[in-house]
Every structure is written in structure tokens, then in C-alpha cells.
Design a protein around this ligand. Structure first.
Ligand code: S3P
Length: 177
């Protein structure tokens, strides 16, 4: 699909396992934009992995670095940005993301999220005895923040290309073409 009025940056938000990374890469390829991931930026700033930041410095410190990298997004052009699942918990982060571009939330049913992340040890918040319950709790807590995005797309039953197509369609209709 050809779009005349694509936003200069697209920021993907949404819970862990909703497909931000794969969809972000596919969307960037489609639009010939660069792809960037705030979790990678955080690891670069900290000089260590996310599990190590959580274990050695705590979640509050992780959130501070996350805030600082989100403040840099407005300087980007022609980027698709995937953000960490908790990036939306502060309203000022959402404002910064909206300053940087169109904010799109990928959503998924808690069971689908659980299936997608259950074998992944890279997500410190889910290293708990009952990750399924934790996912449902966090999704519930964060729901009101996720829906502040400019659009929300449920990826539970969609393949990557279908999600990309849906995003492009929605951008197309927003741009009034
Ligand atoms: C987090 C999600 C992770 C990462 C960190 C915290 C969260 O990113 O930022 O583990 O609070 O939901 P992904 O959503 O890319 O897994």
C-alpha cells in the first residue's frame, strides 16, 4: 500500500509478547524506515543487560534510564520505535512519545501473551512463581495507559504481516487518503 502522509516516526507500545519487535521490524522494512528498540538503547546506556539492570540496580533505576531514552525519541526521523511494555506507565513518557510520532499500541489476550513469553527468561518481571497470573494483573493495571495510544490493534489472532497491513490501513484512513 502506498501512503502519502506517513507519520515521521511510529512508536509501538504494548505489553510484553504483543509483537512490538517483529511487527516493528516488518513495518520498518515496509516503510523503508529505520528500526530502533528502547530496550536496546537502555542496555547501551547502562552497559548491561535488562535482567542485570533489574537485579543489580532495581526497577526504579531501569525506569529512570527508560525515561531518559524516551526523551530522545523526538529527535528521530523516519524511525519505527519499539518500546518496553512498561514505558507507558508514566504519562510524561506517553507525552514524549506523542511528540515524537504516532503512538500505536499492540494488544493481545493474556493467554496469548503467556504462550508467547513462557519460555523467555529475559523478562525480569515475569520471573515469578505464577507468570500467567502476573501477566493478567499487569495487563489490567496498565490497560488505562495503553489505551491512551493513538490507535490500538489486537494482535491475538493476527500474523505479523496482517498486523502491519492493519496499521497501514489505519494510518491511511487517519491521513484522509
Ligand atoms: C517490561 C517490558 C520489557 C522490558 C522490561 C520491562 C515491562 O520489554 O522493558 O523487562 O515493564 O513490561 P518488552 O515489552 O519488549 O518485553
Amino acid at each position: 500500500m502506498k501512503l502519502d502522509n506517513v507519520p515521521h516516526n511510529i512508536i509501538l507500545v504494548g505489553f510484553m509478547g504483543t509483537g512490538k519487535t517483529v511487527v516493528g521490524h516488518a513495518l520498518a522494512r515496509n516503510l523503508k524506515y529505520s528500526y530502533i528498540d528502547t530496550d536496546d538503547m537502555i542496555e547501551e546506556v547502562a552497559g548491561k543487560s535488562i535482567p542485570r539492570i533489574f537485579a543489580e540496580d532495581g526497577e526504579a533505576h531501569f525506569r529512570e534510564i527508560e525515561k531518559s531514552v524516551i526523551r530522545e525519541l523526538a529527535d528521530l526521523d523516519k524511525h519505527v520505535v519499539a518500546t518496553g511494555g512498561g514505558a507507558v506507565i508514566f504519562d510524561d513518557n506517553i507525552e514524549e512519545m506523542k511528540r515524537a510520532g504516532v503512538v500505536i499500541c499492540l494488544d493481545a489476550h493474556p493467554d496469548v501473551v503467556y504462550d508467547r513469553v513462557k519460555d523467555d527468561e529475559y523478562r525480569p518481571l515475569l520471573q515469578v512463581p505464577n507468570p500467567r497470573e502476573r501477566i493478567a494483573e499487569l495487563l489490567d493495571q496498565r490497560h488505562e495507559q495503553y489505551i491512551k495510544a493513538d490507535m490500538v490493534i489486537d494482535t491475538s489472532e493476527l500474523g505479523v504481516e496482517e498486523v502491519v497491513e492493519r496499521i497501514l490501513q489505519r494510518l491511511h484512513s487517519v491521513s484522509g487518503e
